[in-house]
Ligand binder design. Sequence first.
Ligand code: TXE
Length: 526
Amino acid sequence: MSAVISFPIKENDIISYNPATGEEIGRVSAASAAEVETAVEKSREAFQLWRKTSFAERKRIIMRAREVILDEMDEIARLISDESGKPVAEAISMEIAPVLDLMQYFAKNAAKMLKPEKINIGLYALLGRTSKIVYQPLGVIGIIPAWNYPFSIPLGEIVMALMAGNTVVLKPSELTPLVGLKIGEIFEKVNLPKDVVQIITGDGKTGAALVESGVNKIMFTGSVATGKRIAESAAKTLTPFVLELGGKDPMVVFADANLELAAQAAIWGAFCNSGQSCSSVERLYVEESVAEKFTNLIVEKTKQLQQDSGSKETTDIGAMSSEKQMKIVEDHVAEFEKAGAKILTGGKRNVNFKGTFFEPTVISNATNEMRPMQEETFGPTLPIATFKTEKEAVELANDTEFGLTASIWTGEVKRRTRLAEKIEAGTVCVNEVLYTHGIGQTPWGGFKNSGYGRTHGKFGLMELVQPQHIHVSHITLVPNAWWLPYSPIALETFRGFARHFASGSLFQTLKLAPQLLRRIKELRNK
Ligand code: TXE
């Protein structure tokens, strides 16, 4: 009994590079459409057995997988860092620790969360009926993640899918295939039954084949453009999907906030993972009266950050994931300058290194009219704009096609909730920033172009099951009043339904009893 990695290295189709050094760290094959199909077929067979396992058995396997991860934590962190460029510190704090927490949470709570539920059917209960919901697994879940959190995002989704009784085919990003294969290895070590989790490596073509393969749901994380392509393709087979797309997340800082803390939060929110988080701070709006003081604090702190290879323990800012991503950042910084914004620190590629390092960059005098304040940068840039009033702050924050997360900083208690609900984003944090993807209990997902559906929390688990309604009539001798044939007595009864029963009031409904009895008598005599 073991989880099988379906397509081990056989041709040298995809080369994985360390973005910090430019060195090759491994090669994997790209699965063809036919290989994807075979994997999905095997997954479907495995599903027939896996769906019958108890929650206790699923929990046992997930908890054992946690142990393997804990035992191999430093090795896994190093692999994540080598393949993605992020510091090992972040591989542990932002990927391994949060996903371990998610694993224990869903392992221990999925049974309770997916327990059959009785539905209160109101006055229909008087007619001797009951309803309940049972949660059925969907079948084969296709997971297509990006490269920015190559361990925690797919692993979290796998764990939730498995706990719900599904099987999984994961296609990791072509930039981080080795981390994807590592996930497969972990499940192999804990003797997950064969083909319950399969890893197929490949690029966008393999991903597209997975979408077309007839899986029962696609969980996608990546760009808006690819998300739209997936939605279009999935429509052909009516394959449902969850799309976790980009963000242009605002951080709004009022003069009454703890500015020192807000500045620390802003640089972490903007620069961790070299700014390559869908929920990273991409726009900062600060109240004009404290803008200078706050900006100085940010610049001062940014200048102290250590940029180096992610494998060093003291590195704050590692390499970016790819040259392609660097080019987007270079373009945005140049565009900011051209449009009249000021680069206060950073602003260029760090030439002290061979790899793809971009200096943490603070930009002032930004305005929403500038193109890079609307497009996702996904890099270590922190553009700062100012506002005068609360109304203006809300308008600026909402002036975007995205709506993943937002962050508000204020000392005023009433403003916290008053403002939070006016911001158009799937998650609004007050006096906090970025990190709630790490809380497995809370829903994750965006408004507007930031996505469709939710991962994490109860809403995320519900994406991985189909609710089945089971309705039972406990009265087996009497026909229903609304059945055929119709008659003047029937019509009068239906008027009574509309007037009395449909009011939801028991008192009103009792008035209907004599008419209902007449109708039932009529039907029984037919
Ligand atoms: O993502 P892609 P990329 C944003 C960010 C970044 C941009 C491009 O702005 O600059 O997206 O990043 C697979 N059918 N985000 O190019 O192309 C692909 O193999 C099925 C935000 O890396 O969307 C990979 O596994 N799958 C984001 C995954 O999709 C396809 C995280 C993501 O690739 C496919 C990353 C297709 N037609 C980037 N084409 C976030 N929300 O966190 C590609 N893929």
